[in-house]
Design a protein around this ligand. Structure first.
Ligand SMILES: Cc1cc2nc3c(=O)[nH]c(=O)nc-3n(C[C@H](O)[C@H](O)[C@H](O)COP(=O)(O)O)c2cc1C
Length: 342
């Protein structure tokens, strides 16, 4: 399929070379540095920081430093959220000072605590204001600026093509479109064909996003939207290798680092766990890692008993968590294969 091989080819974003066209979506609370490192190592074309509130960043609030700090990956892309042009400009300068190669602006987040502050997808209700933020960021930094948006606020206001066109005129170098409206949140199915209207409106690269998790879906979203690249979010739960797996498979390369055996899987999960503990410190890391452990269990050990699952997800002792994980993934798998062999 032509679309599939396209995914393996590089993409130029305002002079920054992106190695392929299958990206990891930014997900707040999920795509932190340990997660992005893994996605990159597996071969994802581009990874993006979790959104950083520009107001908090500009005021030097705790926690922002971890979100924007350079992870050592070849392309460091930081996403900013906010509604004050001055904060967005300052946030962009700070991120660029940390080595950001691309600054992305969040105009797609549907969460009430974000839209309530007129940031995220609420900006799609006032394109003049959205443009003032874009201009502030483009004017503040010399690195490429990109925008991530939804189709519009609701069905009666599908203005993503207009926002994308105005963003391009203001100097934006790529747009990503999640094929839902804000009012849909995550309900229903993303409308991949509607993204084509954005593609028709601009000449910068368009990235299509929403409900993709397999090579076939990646090919279909490209075909239906005409987009230049695909971005994948939730399909990575418990599987940081999804984007990279698709990109390398379609390129004919061997997929990199995807655990194949129960032993490889447990080693992978434990390393991810330990990376989180060392990034956030044991107390915070332990709590933040629980959602990932839950997803690894959901995906790779769905039959784990409730007691064991609870012990893993509530223990405050990292050593106990790791020991229990090993029991589930390795001992559990061995006893299953022994049972089936018998
Ligand atoms: C838990 C969660 C956190 C998210 N955080 C962000 C974010 O920080 N910035 C952003 O632009 N989008 C964010 N998104 C939206 C995703 O980037 C993506 O657009 C959306 O999940 C649809 O893609 P998918 O169907 O592949 O998951 C988030 C989504 C989820 C589920």
């Amino acid at each position: 399929m032509a679309e599939l091989t396209t995914l393996a080819s590089p993409l130029d974003v305002g002079g920054v070379r992106i190695r392929n066209r299958v990206f990891l979506a930014p997900m707040s609370g999920i795509t932190d540095e340990p997660f992005r490192r893994r996605a990159h190592a597996h071969g994802a074309g581009l990874v993006v920081s979790e959104m950083v509130a520009s107001g908090e960043l500009a005021k030097g609030r705790a926690g922002c430093d971890l979100r924007i700090r350079h992870s050592g990956l070849p392309v460091h892309m930081v996403q900013l959220a906010g509604r004050e042009a001055a904060h967005m400009g300052e946030g962009a300068r700070i991120a660029a000072g940390e080595g950001a190669d691309i600054i992305d602006i969040n105009m797609g987040c549907p969460a009430k605590k974000v839209t309530g502050g007129y940031a995220g997808s609420a900006l799609m209700r006032d394109l003049d204001h959205a443009l003032s933020l874009i201009e502030a960021v483009v004017g503040a930094v010399s690195v490429p600026v990109t925008v991530k948006m939804r189709l519009g606020w609701d069905e009666s206001a599908l203005n993503a093509p207009m926002l994308a066109r105005r963003a391009e005129q203001a100097g934006v170098k790529m747009v990503t479109v999640h094929g839902r409206t804000r009012c849909q949140f995550y309900q229903g199915k993303a409308d991949w064909r509607a993204i084509a209207r954005v593609k028709d409106a601009v000449s910068i690269p368009v990235v299509a996003n929403g409900d993709v998790g397999s090579p076939e879906e990646a090919a279909t979203i490209l075909e239906q939207s005409g987009a230049d690249a695909v971005m994948i979010g939730r399909a990575h739960y418990g599987a940081p290798w999804v984007a990279g797996g698709i990109a390398t498979a379609v390129g004919g390369a061997k997929t990199q680092g995807i655990p194949q055996t129960p032993q490889e899987l447990i080693d992978y999960v434990v390393l991810h766990y330990e990376d989180m503990l060392s990034l956030y410190g044991a107390e915070s890391g332990l709590r933040q890692a629980r959602k990932h452990l839950g997803w690894y269990l959901d995906r790779h050990a769905p039959d784990v008993c409730a007691e064991q699952r609870k012990r893993i997800l509530t223990s405050f002792e990292p050593g106990d968590v790791v020991a229990e994980l090993r029991r589930v993934f390795v001992d559990g798998a061995q006893s299953t294969s022994l049972r089936s062999a018998a």
